[in-house]
Design a binder for this molecule. Structure first.
Ligand code: TXE
Length: 480
């Protein structure tokens, strides 16, 4: 069993709360790690370490900050296989995904922000004889609070822009997936990151609440459910912290009649069953033209039933284990709600009879838009297929949600693709593809799917503040 400590001021540090919890391997249902729950004193120590490291780190030349982030990225790439395996044991996702996406996207994120760190700058304003300029300055100590579906990627999407901008960070991974955040901290130390610049505290929502309330933390970046986002934003108001929220979604994937049929089916499967459906931006409402509906669901059924649900460590596995027994029960409850509401369960939806938390990929059709399985985020491998007649109708129905994270549009019609993309109320729209999130483009939600953006230069705006300096060159006029 792995023992997981906190990571404070550049070294593994045992929690002092006296409380510990086990992290379970979703693929087997067996305990994977023992984790110490951080106490308030531990959180104070981590914030103090970050505060102490801040003056020197923020004054470190951006090219040096960049060099350290690049070294960390290189170490992540070198250890991709080992770290991906830990991510699989911690999350239950297939090794085929983790070895391709999770660690490498984290490395790419550090490389991207290392590249832009030296170009973080202000502007010059010519005021005639006088002038002004702005300084884009770091915020101070930032807190990152992660979700459990992409642990190391989420840690990188928060720490890369934070550290590149000269901030220091205290990061809390989700209690269900504590493993790789502490390993990332060790890699940062090995890469030459000064002690205290990146710290990790472990624990459940109570530790998240301590961070959100801490007076020495300038900003909180959360990845989590909408409900959690609202709690974090409310709590952050007490000390008027900056807040970035990357929350849930119930995104539409719209297939038009001129779409590449095979690509659209592939997208629907990917947008619902990749990472067992535990992806915030998934296209879980698949809209297809009524004329195409029967052929589409027949092809979906045939291909969904070929997906391999099994051992996450087996490279042949397409669909791994859900994160926990509780989450599996939540997903099964939604599936039953769909059946009870009269939707047609085309395929899947049953628990797989083996250790661990596995469910067969489920596809519903014959749904109505008001059903819970169409309205609410399930965060599991549950797809709903919805027929439509016209473009106006499908755009209206796609937007009829308090979420606004993402959307997909499949069509060969250039004008229609961009016309519909402009009308969709979503922070991320994919045309003829889905769920691609390279570090150099922004990611974030509209409406209740979030506030702010991660990745791209947009993220720098959320980890810096602007100071305007006015320089009087002519002497001060006396108005009295
Ligand atoms: O979220 P939770 P989970 C969303 C996804 C789904 C959720 C799943 O859509 O809704 O994340 O992750 C801490 N004060 N995204 O179940 O329960 C908690 O300890 C402070 C969106 O983990 O909200 C955990 O570390 N912290 C995303 C974290 O918040 C609190 C992509 C999230 O927990 C807290 C991936 C509180 N009151 C998943 N309560 C995107 N949009 O990019 C809990 N926490």
């Amino acid at each position: 069993m792995l023992d997981i400590d906190l990571y404070i001021a550049g070294t593994p540090t045992p929690a002092t709360s006296g409380e510990a919890f086990e992290s379970i391997n979703p693929g087997t249902g067996q305990a994977l790690a023992r984790v110490g729950q951080a106490s308030a004193a531990d959180v104070d120590r981590a914030v103090a370490a970050a505060r102490e490291a801040y003056p020197a780190w923020s004054a470190t030349p951006a090219t040096e900050r960049a060099r350290i982030l690049m070294r960390a990225a290189a170490l992540l790439r070198e250890r991709n296989e080992e770290l991906a395996r830990w991510e699989v044991l911690d999350t239950g996702k297939p090794i085929g995904e983790a070895a391709e996406v999770d660690v490498l996207s984290a490395a790419e994120c550090y490389e991207f922000f290392a590249g832009i760190a030296p170009s973080i700058r202000g502007d010059h304003y010519d005021l005639g004889s006088s002038f002004a300029y702005t300084r884009r300055e770091p915020l101070g100590v930032c807190a990152g609070i992660g979700a459990w579906n992409y642990p190391i990627q989420i840690a990188s999407w928060k720490s890369a822009p934070a550290l590149a901008s000269g901030n220091t960070m205290v990061f809390k991974p989700a209690e269900l997936t504590p493993v790789t955040a502490s390993m990332l901290a060790g890699i940062f130390t090995e890469a030459g990151l000064p002690d205290g610049v990146f710290n990790v505290v472990q624990g459940d929502h109570r530790v998240g609440q301590m961070l959100t309330a801490h007076p020495d933390i300038a900003k909180v970046s959360l990845t989590g459910e909408v409900g959690t986002g609202k709690k974090v934003m409310a709590a952050a108001a007490t000390t008027l912290k900056y807040v970035t929220l990357e929350l849930g979604g119930k995104s539409p994937l719209i297939v038009f009649d001129d779409a590449d049929f095979d690509q659209a089916v592939t997208a629907a499967l990917m947008a619902n069953f990749y990472t067992q459906g535990e992806v915030c931006s998934n296209g879980t409402r698949v809209f297809v033209p009524r004329t195409m509906h029967d052929a589409f669901v027949a092809e979906l059924k045939s291909r969904a039933e070929k997906l391999v649900v099994g051992d996450p460590l087996d490279p042949a596995t397409h669909v791994g284990a859900l994160i926990s027994e509780d989450h599996l029960q939540k997903v099964l409850t939604y599936i039953q709600m769909g059946v009870d509401a009269g939707a047609q369960l085309l395929t899947g939806g049953r628990r797989v009879d083996r250790p661990g938390f596995f469910v067969e990929p489920a596809i519903f059709h014959g749904c109505t838009d008001d059903m819970a399985i169409v309205q609410e985020e399930i965060f599991g491998p549950v797809m709903t297929v919805l027929p439509f007649e016209t473009e106006d109708e499908v755009v209206e129905r796609a937007n009829d949600t308090h979420y606004g994270l993402a959307a997909g549009v499949f069509t060969r019609d250039l004008q229609r693709a961009h016309r519909v993309a402009a009308r969709l109320e979503a922070g991320n729209v994919w045309i003829n593809t889905y769920n691609l999130t390279p570090s150099n483009i922004p990611f974030g939600g509209y409406k209740q799917s979030g506030i702010g953006r991660e990745n791209s230069t947009a993220a720098i705006d959320h980890y810096t503040q602007l100071k305007t300096v006015y320089v009087e060159m002519d002497g001060l006029d006396n108005p009295y």
